[in-house]
Design a protein around this ligand. Structure first.
Ligand SMILES: NC(=O)c1ccc[n+]([C@@H]2O[C@H](COP(=O)([O-])OP(=O)(O)OC[C@H]3O[C@@H](n4cnc5c(N)ncnc54)[C@H](OP(=O)(O)O)[C@@H]3O)[C@@H](O)[C@H]2O)c1
Length: 266
């Protein structure tokens, strides 16, 4: 029952009809008797400052999720950046503070790390190879470097982007052994596809699967389909595999923690 005391959460994006966050958040609230709801808010791509001003004016709005194309501009509109958002200047979760201001962070990469741990995989002390230096690759790079990996190698089709990312991650985490790689992924515990390759059945691979150590885990960020061409081929070669959807599913608890409404299921 929505009453006068119900707290509001939202997801903003353009388009918005495809998002799953309202269902997932509202189930979470209902299962825990939290007096809150989450609604989708469609804010046009050229109208974000006005959209944010509207959100600021809603006193009973305690936070919101940000999806494409608003993640980078929302970082600029935030009063404060925390965690990976501070490094990437891209955010997906925004929390209202008691003084009315908004603090934001990016949980994509942390979701990937949590997803691995939830599936029984170690992250700390492991050697990671990541193909991709776009939004997903960048989020993974900071989250992995911040999780105590033994080594992190980033390969990207456009090498200059990987070089920039490696330099930035190295500055943010001076203790992390981070370097630019090639398509050869030999010598790692985990090899990750963090490019957009894999959405279509005839997509190629972002790295040389044949070079991957036989005991290495092969992981995806691409969520649909579950079994991408890379994971199909990796499984055939006897590798353990890890689905892209784990990264998204594992973000729910992280979002609730950041928003300050995390609660165990009764
Ligand atoms: N599971 C999750 O929670 C989650 C979260 C975020 C994103 N994702 C998924 O991650 C994927 C990438 O998203 P993004 O935001 O990182 O996209 P993006 O910022 O546009 O970056 C795309 C990346 O893919 C590379 N790439 C594209 N086409 C390629 C090709 N033909 N050969 C080699 N590399 C190619 C790009 O390399 P260049 O730099 O050379 O162009 C770049 O590294 C999408 O499928 C997205 O749905 C999943």
């Amino acid at each position: 029952m929505i009453t006068g005391t119900t707290r509001l959460y939202a997801i903003i994006g353009d388009p918005i009809a495809h998002v799953r966050t309202p269902m997932v958040f509202n189930d979470y609230f209902a299962e825990r008797n939290i007096d809150a709801i989450c609604v989708p808010i469609h804010i046009g791509r050229d109208d974000l400052p006005r959209g944010w001003a509207g959100l600021r004016s809603m006193v009973n709005l305690d936070g919101f999720i940000v999806t494409a194309p608003h993640k980078a501009e929302s970082a600029q509109l935030s009063d404060r950046l925390e965690g990976d958002g501070m490094h990437t200047k891209v955010v997906n979760t925004v929390r209202r503070e008691p003084d009315g201001s908004f603090s934001s962070t990016l949980l994509d990469g942390r979701g990937f790390v949590r997803g691995l741990i939830n599936q029984g995989q170690e992250v700390k002390g492991k050697r990671f190879y990541v193909a991709g230096a776009g939004g997903a690759g960048t989020a993974l790079a900071y989250a992995l470097a911040g999780s105590g990996v033994a080594a992190l190698t980033i390969h990207n089709r456009t090498r200059a982007k990987a070089e920039r990312l490696v330099a930035d991650v190295g500055k943010a985490f001076p203790g992390c052994d981070v370097k630019v790689g090639t398509a050869n992924a030999a010598g790692y515990d985990v090899a990750v596809n963090a490019t957009s390759l894999g959405l279509k059945p005839d997509d190629g691979h972002s790295f040389e699967l044949a070079s991957v150590d036989p005991t290495a885990l092969v992981a995806e960020v691409v969520m649909k389909p579950d079994m991408t061409p890379l994971l199909i081929a990796a499984e055939k070669r006897g590798h353990k595999i890890h689905f892209g959807i784990h990264m998204l599913n594992s973000q729910l608890e992280l979002m609730m923690q950041f928003l300050g409404v995390s609660k165990p299921k009764p």
